[in-house]
Design a protein around this ligand. Structure first.
Ligand code: NAI
Length: 687
């Protein structure tokens, strides 16, 4: 676990050794305390250096211990820290790799800190709905300028030792010979033979702390205010102006309250399911094919976004269009994006030149002969996509992966026109494709395992969260979103106005309500699809015609200044127009419904239940391979925040019997044509 050697120079070197990242599990905590005591008692030892073995100093708490008794088993990190605090001999942290969370707090307990220039230090707790719980909120404002300390804890992102070199957090930053530098400093401290200055003993500038907290509190956005950890962090940092022990006590209380919060539980769950989601089932364990050169067909909204993502990740990109105008427009979108990054100082001009050198644009299909992966992003029309795939089949090299970005079309129908359907896969990006993390990797009936593995590997390379999906209408995300949207339309007929539904769902946690989203994306896309599907629709289905009626009078959404809402100078009006209300009322009357107002909680539950029902159905069909994948999709692609969690996480927090009962009621209200997930399906999803 840890090794200790007494060096000739009278340094006791404590090496943290808990691969892969020296997380502070109970065994490692115990060892540190024992070794500190032993070194302190050993007259041969003048000073102590703590260093991490291999790549990390320590990445902090052991997440696997969260929620288990081990997390609270003594010595807890605070006790480890106290044993260093109480040590009469100098203790110096020698930091390489990462010092994160509890790992940084361990370093803060030391009397001095020396870091390799490449080391990264930070407090990621806020990303798990927590605040640092072992002193960082009290010590960082004592070592650094309070506003800087607060910014570091608020962002949760690590900073490099170089970025922190003048901050007060580090005593020395070195390019090499870390242990030597730390030992020299430790012996210097020992020789000086004076009372050791610990971070906790430093004075804090109370006025500066108050100012920093006031400034940062004023800047908290809606997203942050919805999570208790942000306000708790303000409270804890403010308490650093109090006597140290009082501040520590406050930090502890806040930490323990957050540990029990529903937000932290959801974030922990989300962290776990996102990590699991990249693991492919055994049937797909195959080495990925090459993907260094990607062709994007169609330079529209999605094509140019996909090209940007590929370019940013270092790939070579060839973009192909049907007309010079469309190609020029796509190219201009890409140029503008990178020019804006350069202007904002986020990309240096040299790197931008390198990126442009990797981009080729063409109208010539022969350019496909050297590419590894083709991503088709042309119009959402089966005939158009099939004609594109025929061309791709003629020109792409043997072994190239042929991907489609279709949102709803059948991957097998697309694959049926090529001579190599095993090379075809769905890569469903979300808009804007260079920003959104989610990528649905859709398996057709012929898709080869190494083609699926390539889709997943390419997704990871693009820094996306790739989710394996079966080939069914709407895959995972759009299918569940459709069920949710339909339920919201039912609620319009039943008695709620769009603004009431939108508000209830935004209050629940959705980034936007469904009708504001519909207006933003434009109602005409759905209108066209509804018309195309009219002939195959089950006549018993409860079909809500409000959207069609809005489109018929030109209310196509935000772009037309009118949809469910009216927009004045682009600003959404709070209440729906009388004309929209009349359309909604008529739809209800036509169905024989007596409108009755719906409480916000009823709206929220009906929307979530509709999602859970659809999730159970698609899980039973094998469209999702793991229940957790469904939440990963909803959180990363559909505006459900991670601290609220997806429908599976929500359903697991409900009483099972009432869930089943409410689902029965819901399906009854949906009328004929709706399918109720069976209790068995529900248990396979939630157990
Ligand atoms: P878009 O209309 O912005 O772009 C499509 C582009 O394809 C146009 O520039 C067009 O000139 C080009 N194109 C059409 N036929 C072509 C051909 N035969 N050869 C070469 N280029 C051709 O459409 P958008 O929004 O980019 O969508 C593209 C695909 O991505 C669709 O399948 C859509 O369902 C899917 N998608 C769209 C999302 C969105 O939010 N817009 C989200 C996820 C997927």
């Amino acid at each position: 676990m840890t090794n200790q050697e007494i060096q000739a120079d009278r340094i006791a070197l404590i090496e943290l050794n808990n691969p892969p990242v020296n997380s502070l599990g109970i065994q490692l905590r115990r060892h540190i305390v024992e070794l500190i005591r032993a070194a302190e008692d050993d007259p041969q030892v003048a000073a102590i250096v703590i260093v991490g073995k291999d790549k990390a100093f320590s990445a902090g708490a052991d997440v696997a211990e969260f929620g288990t008794p081990m997390q609270f088993e003594e010595p807890m990190l605070r006790t480890v820290i106290e044993s260093i605090d109480a040590c009469r001999k100098p203790v110096v942290a020698a930091i390489s790799g990462v010092a994160l969370g509890g790992g940084l707090e361990l370093a803060l307990a030391c009397h001095a800190r020396v870091a390799l220039a490449s080391a990264r230090l930070g407090t990621p707790e806020i990303q798990l709905g927590l605040i640092p719980g072992s002193g960082a909120t009290q010590k960082l404002p004592r070592l650094m300028r309070p506003e800087r300390a607060l910014a570091m804890m608020l962002s949760g992102q690590p900073l490099t030792a170089v970025q922190l070199s003048e901050s007060g957090l580090l005593d020395r930053v070195v390019e090499q010979d870390l242990v030597d530098a730390a030992s020299t400093l430790a012996l210097d401290l020992a020789r000086q033979n004076m009372t050791l200055l610990r971070a906790r003993d430093r004075t804090v500038n109370a006025a500066a702390v108050d100012q920093a907290v006031a400034d940062a509190s004023a800047k908290l956005n809606r997203r942050q205010l919805a999570q208790p950890a942000y306000l708790a962090l303000m409270d804890a940092v403010k308490s650093s102006a109090l006597p140290f022990a009082v501040g520590m006590q406050r930090e502890r209380e806040l930490f323990l309250t957050l540990m029990k919060s529903s937000e932290a539980a959801a974030l922990r769950y989300q962290f776990r399911v996102e990590r699991e989601s990249s693991k492919l089932p055994a049937s797909m364990h195959a080495a990925p094919r090459a993907f260094g050169h990607v062709a994007v067909i169609g330079a529209g909204t999605m094509g140019s976004g996909i090209a940007i993502a590929a370019l940013e990740s270092g790939l070579q990109v060839t973009m192909l269009e049907q007309s010079p105008d469309a190609l020029a427009q796509g190219r201009a979108r890409i140029d503008q994006y990178f020019a804006a990054r350069v202007k904002a100082g986020k990309l240096d001009a040299g790197r931008a030149d390198g990126i442009f050198a990797r981009l080729a644009t063409t109208l010539d299909w022969a350019a496909l002969k050297s590419v590894d992966v083709v991503v088709e992003a042309v119009f959402e029309d089966l005939a158009v996509k099939q004609s594109v795939f025929r061309m791709v089949d003629q020109h792409a090299r043997v072994g190239a992966v042929l991907a489609t970005n279709t949102s709803y079309l059948d991957i097998d129908a697309i694959a049926s026109v090529v001579s190599r359907p095993h090379d075809v896969v769905g890569l469903h990006f979300f808009s804007p494709a260079n920003v959104m993390k989610l990528l649905e990797v859709v398996q057709g009936k012929a898709s080869a395992p190494d083609v699926m593995a390539t889709g997943m590997a390419l997704g990871k390379h693009l820094k996306k969260i790739p989710i394996l999906c079966g080939n069914a209408f709407g895959f995972i995300g759009n299918r569940i979103y459709n069920a949710y949207r339909k339920q919201c339309e039912f609620m319009l007929e039943d008695g709620a106005w769009p603004e009431e539904i939108d508000k209830a769902l935004a209050d629940f946690g959705f980034a936007m309500g469904p009708f504001a989203v519909a207006d933003l994306s434009g109602l005409d896309i759905a209108w066209r699809m509804r018309k195309a599907n009219a002939s195959t629709r089950d006549p018993r289905e409860r079909y809500v015609s409000i959207l069609d009626s809005l489109c018929e009078i030109g209310r196509l959404g935000r772009k037309a200044q009118a949809g469910y809402y009216t927009y004045v100078d682009g600003k959404q009006q709070a209440v729906t127009d009388e004309v929209v209300r009349v359309i909604i009322e008529r739809a209800g009357i036509a169905r024989g419904i007596t409108r009755a107002p719906l409480q916000a909680e009823v709206i929220q539950r009906r929307a979530m239940l509709a999602m859970v029902n659809e999730a159970a159905l698609l899980f039973a069909e094998g469209v999702a391979h793991r229940a957790g994948d469904i939440d990963v999709v909803l959180v990363n692609g559909y505006g459900l925040p991670a601290w609220v969690g997806g429908p599976i996480h929500w359903a697991r927090s409900q009483t099972r019997s009432s869930l089943a009962h409410e689902l029965d009621q819901l399906i009854e209200s949906n009328g004929f044509g709706a399918v109720r997930a069976t209790p068995h399906m529900l248990s396979s999803l939630l157990d």
